[in-house]
Design a protein around this ligand. Structure first.
Ligand SMILES: Nc1ncnc2c1ncn2[C@@H]1O[C@H](C[S@+](CC[C@H]([NH3+])C(=O)[O-])CC(=O)[O-])[C@@H](O)[C@H]1O
Ligand SMILES: O=C(O)C(=O)Cc1ccccc1
Length: 242
C-alpha cells in the first residue's frame, strides 16, 4: 500500500481537496489513517448487505472510490444474481476501481460508472451504500439525493449511510474533533499534514449533525432509521424502506 504524503510538504497556495490521481494512488492508506473505524465499517457493511440483499436486485455503491465497500459486500452476499453498480465522479478512482474489481469479481457481476451520483438512474435496488459520500454533496442537494435513493429501492431495501458528523453542542464538537486529531497524530500524520488537509476540506466536506441526518432520512420517506456505528466524529446509519 502506498503511503499518503499528499499534504506532507508546505503547499504554495490553498487548493480545495479533490479526488485526483495523487489522492487515488494513496487512497486506501489515506482513508484508513483518517477515518476512525473505516475498516470496521467496511467489514460490517458486508454483514448488512448479506441481510438485505434480494434475489435479482442491484446493489449500488455510490461514491465507490476504489470499491472497498463493494468487495466487502460481494464476499458476503449469497445471491449470485445480484448486480453491483459502483459510481464515482472521479475518473482517477473509477479506472483503478474497475481494475481492482476485475481481479475479484466476475465481469457480469458488476459495472463501474464514472458519473455524478445525482445523475445516475437507481432501479431495483436492495442495498444502496453512501459510505462517506453524501458529505461531499452541497447541503441543499442532499435531501433530493436521499429521495432519489428511496425511490430506487425496493420495499424492504436498505440505505447504508456513513458520514463525518458535526455536533450541535460546542463541548462535544471540540472533544470529538480533538480525538479525531489525536487519531491522525497516532497514525503518523504531522501537524502540517493535518492543518493543510483541514483547510483543503473546509469548503468541500460539510458535515451535518446526527439529528439532521435522521430527520432528513425520515423526510425522504425511510420508516426505520438506526445508527449502528460511531468512531469519534464518524458514524454509520441504516435506513430501511418499508
Ligand atoms: N457528486 C459525486 N458523485 C460521485 N462521486 C462523488 C461525488 N462527490 C464525491 N464523490 C466521490 O465520493 C468518494 C468519497 S470517499 C468514499 C469512500 C468509499 N465509499 C469507500 O468505502 O472506500 C470518502 C472520503 O474520501 O472521505 C470519492 O471517491 C469522490 O470522488
Ligand atoms: O481526513 C479527514 O479529516 C476526513 O474527514 C476524512 C477524509 C478521508 C479521506 C479523504 C477526505 C476526507
Amino acid at each position: 500500500m502506498q503511503r499518503d504524503t499528499v499534504y506532507a510538504l508546505p503547499q504554495a497556495q490553498l487548493v480545495d481537496f479533490a479526488f485526483n490521481e495523487s489522492v487515488a494512488d494513496v487512497f486506501p492508506d489515506m482513508i484508513r489513517r483518517s477515518v476512525p473505524g473505516y475498516e470496521t465499517v467496511i467489514g460490517l457493511l458486508g454483514v448488512i448487505a448479506r441481510r438485505y440483499a434480494q434475489p435479482q436486485s442491484r446493489i449500488y455503491d455510490l461514491g465507490c472510490s476504489l470499491g472497498a465497500a463493494t468487495l466487502s459486500m460481494a464476499s458476503q452476499v449469497r445471491d449470485t444474481d445480484v448486480h453491483f453498480v459502483c459510481v464515482d465522479n472521479s475518473a482517477a478512482m473509477t479506472s483503478r476501481c474497475g481494475q481492482i474489481l476485475q481481479r475479484h469479481l466476475r465481469t457480469a457481476q458488476f459495472e463501474v460508472v464514472c458519473d455524478d451520483i445525482q445523475a445516475v438512474a437507481l432501479e431495483q435496488a436492495s442495498v444502496v451504500v453512501l459510505n462517506f459520500t453524501l458529505q461531499f454533496l452541497k447541503p441543499a442537494e442532499r435531501l433530493t439525493m436521499l429521495q432519489k435513493v428511496y425511490a430506487g429501492l425496493r420495499p424492504g431495501g436498505v440505505l447504508v449511510l456513513s458520514e463525518k458528523l458535526a455536533f450541535a453542542d460546542t463541548e462535544e464538537q471540540e472533544l470529538l474533533t480533538d480525538l479525531h486529531l489525536e487519531f491522525k497524530r497516532a497514525n503518523g500524520y504531522s501537524e502540517l499534514e493535518i492543518s493543510q488537509k483541514r483547510s483543503a476540506l473546509e469548503h468541500v466536506l460539510i458535515p451535518d449533525t446526527l439529528e439532521q441526518h435522521i430527520e432528513r432520512l425520515h423526510a425522504a420517506g425511510f420508516a426505520q432509521v438506526v445508527q449502528w456505528f460511531q468512531g469519534f466524529n464518524f458514524a454509520a446509519l441504516l435506513a430501511v424502506k418499508a
